[in-house]
Write a protein that binds this ligand. Structure first.
Ligand code: FES
Length: 321
C-alpha cells in the first residue's frame, strides 16, 4: 500500500456516550495538518497491545477549515477485533499514526441544497459536511437518527443548530425518521446517507421509492453489504496489466488485489472490503463483474473497477496498471 503515515498526538479525549469516544489529534510539532475535504476519512495504524498492525478507517468529524487538529469519533464495536477497542484505550498524550485524509464522500458541487441523513456513528462524516455547509452559508438539513438520547454523540452542539433534526428509536412515532422527512425529489438537492447497513438500505430504498434518482444519493458504508466470500466466489480469469504487460491468473477464492500484491505489484488499496475506493483502477478491456459497494453506475460505465472486491465475466480483464 502506498501509504504515507503521519505521526499525531492525542491532545484531548472524552466519552461522548458510553460507547463513543471522541479523540482530538494534533501534529507533534504543532504544525498544521494536511487539509481535508468534508466527508474524508483517514486510515489509522494501531500497533499497541493486542491490536498489532491493525489498520482501520475513521471519518474526520471536525470542521474542515480547522487544520490545527483532526477529530475522530469511534464507536466501540461489540464484535471488535481490536480496532475500535484499541482506539478507546487511547489517552491524552498517546501517539497515533494516521494516513493523509482521503475522500470519496464529498459534498456535491452541483447541488444547491443538501440533506444529510446520519444513523448512529454515521454522524461522523456528515458532521464535517454540516460544519462546511454552515461555514459557507449553504442550504442544508441534518437528520441524526440514534437509538436513544444516551446513544447520540455531539448532542450539545447539534441541539443548538436549528438545521438539525434528531430522531430517536425509543421516542414517540412523530419524531422517527421517514421518507417524508426528505420531501419530494428535487433536482437541485443532494441526499447524503451514512450509518449501519440496515439503516442505509432503509433510507436509500425509501428515497428511491419516493422518486429520488440514484445519482442524487451519496452514500458511505462502514461495512460491506455482503460477506467477504462474495468478493472471491466465481470462476478463474486472467488479469493483464497494461503498463507492465504482466498477466496473472485469478483463481476462485482469490481477489485480484491479493494476487497482484503477492506478485509484488504496487497496487493501491486500503479497506480491502469494497467500501473505501482506494484500489479503484480503470478497465481497458474485458467485462468486469462489479461486487463493490462504492462505485456509482456512472463510474462503472466509465470503466472504474475495484481490485479488492470485483471480478471478471470475461476470460481476460485488462487493467490500467
Ligand atoms: S481497498 Fe477499499 S475499495 Fe478496494
Amino acid at each position: 500500500m502506498s501509504n504515507e503515515w503521519l505521526d499525531t498526538i492525542v491532545i484531548a479525549r472524552y466519552d461522548a456516550t458510553a460507547r463513543i469516544v471522541v479523540l482530538d489529534l494534533i501534529s507533534p510539532d504543532g504544525a498544521e495538518l494536511p487539509e481535508f475535504a468534508a466527508g474524508a476519512h483517514v486510515d489509522v495504524l494501531l500497533d499497541g497491545d493486542g491490536a498489532a498492525g491493525l489498520i482501520r478507517q475513521y471519518s474526520l468529524c471536525g470542521p474542515p477549515h480547522d487544520r490545527t487538529r483532526y477529530q475522530l469519533a469511534v464507536l466501540a464495536e461489540a464484535a471488535s477485533r481490536g480496532g475500535s477497542l484499541g482506539m478507546h484505550r487511547l489517552r491524552a498524550g498517546d501517539r497515533l499514526r494516521i494516513s493523509r485524509p482521503r475522500n470519496r464522500f464529498g459534498v456535491s458541487d452541483r447541488a444547491r441544497r443538501h440533506l444529510l441523513v446520519a444513523g448512529g456513528i454515521g454522524i461522523t462524516p456528515l458532521l464535517a459536511m454540516a460544519h462546511l455547509l454552515q461555514a459557507t452559508g449553504a442550504e442544508y438539513e441534518l437528520h441524526y437518527c440514534a437509538r436513544s438520547r444516551a446513544d447520540a454523540a455531539f448532542l450539545g452542539e447539534l441541539e443548538r443548530n436549528p438545521r438539525v433534526r434528531l430522531h430517536f428509536d425509543d421516542g414517540p412515532d412523530y419524531q422517527r425518521f421517514s421518507a417524508g422527512d426528505l420531501g419530494p425529489p428535487d433536482p437541485d438537492t443532494a441526499v447524503y446517507v451514512c450509518g449501519p447497513g440496515g439503516f442505509m438500505d432503509f433510507v436509500i430504498s425509501s428515497a428511491q421509492g419516493a422518486g429520488w434518482p440514484a445519482d442524487a444519493i451519496y452514500k458511505e458504508r462502514f461495512a460491506p453489504v455482503q460477506d467477504a466470500d462474495a468478493h472471491t466466489e466465481g470462476g478463474a480469469f486472467t488479469v493483464r496489466l497494461a503498463k507492465s504487460g504482466g498477466e496473472y491468473e485469478i483463481k476462485e477464492g482469490e481477489s485480484v488485489l491479493d494476487v497482484l500484491l503477492s506478485e509484488g505489484v504496487d497496487a493501491p488499496y486500503s479497506c480491502q472490503q469494497g467500501i473505501c475506493g482506494e484500489c479503484i483502477v480503470r478497465v481497458l478491456a474485458g467485462e468486469p463483474d462489479h461486487r463493490d459497494d462504492i462505485l456509482t453506475d456512472r463510474e462503472r460505465a466509465d470503466g472504474m473497477f475495484t481490485t479488492c472486491s470485483s471480478r471478471a465475466l470475461s476470460p481476460i480483464l485488462e487493467l490500467d496498471l
